[in-house]
Design a protein around this ligand. Structure first.
Ligand SMILES: C[S@@+](CC[C@H](N)C(=O)[O-])C[C@H]1O[C@@H](n2cnc3c(N)ncnc32)[C@H](O)[C@@H]1O
Length: 328
């Protein structure tokens, strides 16, 4: 497999795996079309090292029908039971959600999901804040600019590989300053970089802003498809690299256009997705083909977010505001 980077996309090439419709332990890629509960019931116990998903948020997207919060959450119970069953003892479950909003009241979904998973014995390792700079501008509250990813493990003996996801240190030249330290005067950091923390803003001069910023997948993003709320592949890549080893299985029970699967396949992991919408299944399969033929456009893990230079028209203060005081 090869990889080359251009200014706004990563090209990756390899031999495309056959995408199966049903799980087989020796498969590399499976897309199970239909209701995920049915597909999950056919899967073996303890096989998935990483379950990562962005479930329907119950906000009336084209693929969902909004109901009361209680009904929405209780409908997910049997699915969550299956997920816990199929999760490996060394495995992780990453649940990415935003807010459910009813009559302008905000219900952060992770608060509700936390107890659902805790009741089933899972242990929270991080509540990761995924921060982005763009989105709707609210008028009656502050504009929402983050979603969260709850990272649970099934046991205390879980896979966690920090080195592949380290980021550059702010002060790599720092040395041990205590005279009685055995390594006094030697560098105190890790040459591979530092722990990326639980706030994911992208590595735009990460050492300056101290955050990771993975851009939300919106219109101008190289990965955008017809799906209304896709995962950025980059977001999943970090979890794949940290929480799985080569050849492990990743499962996304609400796989949409297959973004999580792509992140797994790109790093030599096996991937299974469940998706009820035919159109999204078709796109996911095409994206897998495109990934291996080198046609899939996607953001490089850790590529800096575009910063306006100030010379773009949209980055300049409109003339009307300059002369008339906010146009009035
Ligand atoms: C928030 S989206 C996930 C998008 C995905 N992360 C991606 O990058 O494309 C949720 C997806 O779950 C699918 N879905 C909802 N209920 C489902 C069910 N019961 N079984 C299978 N898929 C379902 C929807 O069609 C939608 O594509």
């Amino acid at each position: 497999m090869t990889q080359s980077a251009t200014s706004d996309q990563t090209i990756f090439k390899g031999t495309a795996p056959k995408v199966l419709a049903n799980f087989r332990r020796d498969a590399r890629a499976v897309v199970a079309e239909g209701d995920c509960l049915k597909s999950l019931r056919k899967l073996p116990d303890n096989f998935a090292k990483l379950i990562i998903t962005s479930p329907p948020y119950n906000i009336g997207k084209v693929y969902e029908k909004a109901t009361s919060l209680e009904k929405y959450l209780s409908a997910l119970n049997p699915i969550i039971d299956e997920l816990v069953r199929v999760l490996s003892d060394k495995g992780s479950l990453c649940w990415q959600v935003g807010n459910y909003v009813e009559k302008s009241e905000v219900f952060p979904l992770d608060i509700f999901y936390y107890s659902i998973f805790k009741e089933r014995g899972l242990k929270l390792r991080n509540r990761i804040v995924w921060h982005f700079d763009h989105g709707l501008h609210a008028s009656k509250r502050f504009s929402g600019r983050y979603e969260t990813l709850l990272w649970f493990t099934k046991t205390d003996d879980y896979t966690f590989n920090l080195d592949p996801v380290r980021v550059p240190s702010k002060y790599p030249g720092k040395t041990n300053f205590k005279l009685d330290h055995p390594d006094y005067g030697k560098p105190s950091g890790n040459p591979l970089g530092k722990n990326p923390s639980d706030i994911w803003k992208l590595i735009l001069h990460e050492w300056e802003v101290g955050l990771w910023n993975i851009p939300n997948v919106k219109a101008n993003h190289p990965e955008k498809t017809v799906h209304p709320c896709q995962f950025p592949i980059e977001l999943v890549e970090r979890c794949v690299l940290a929480l799985t080893d080569k050849n492990d299985w990743l499962l996304d029970p609400f796989s949409g256009v297959g973004s999580a699967m792509l992140a797994a396949l790109r790093h030599n992991r096996r991937a299974i997705g469940c998706e009820k919408e035919k159109e999204y299944v078709k796109i996911a399969k095409q994206r897998i083909k495109d990934l291996f033929s080198g046609k899939l456009r996607y953001r490089i893990l850790g590529k800096p977010v575009h910063q306006p230079s100030g010379r773009e028209k949209v980055a300049q203060i409109p003339q009307e505001w300059l002369f008339n005081g906010n146009g009035k």
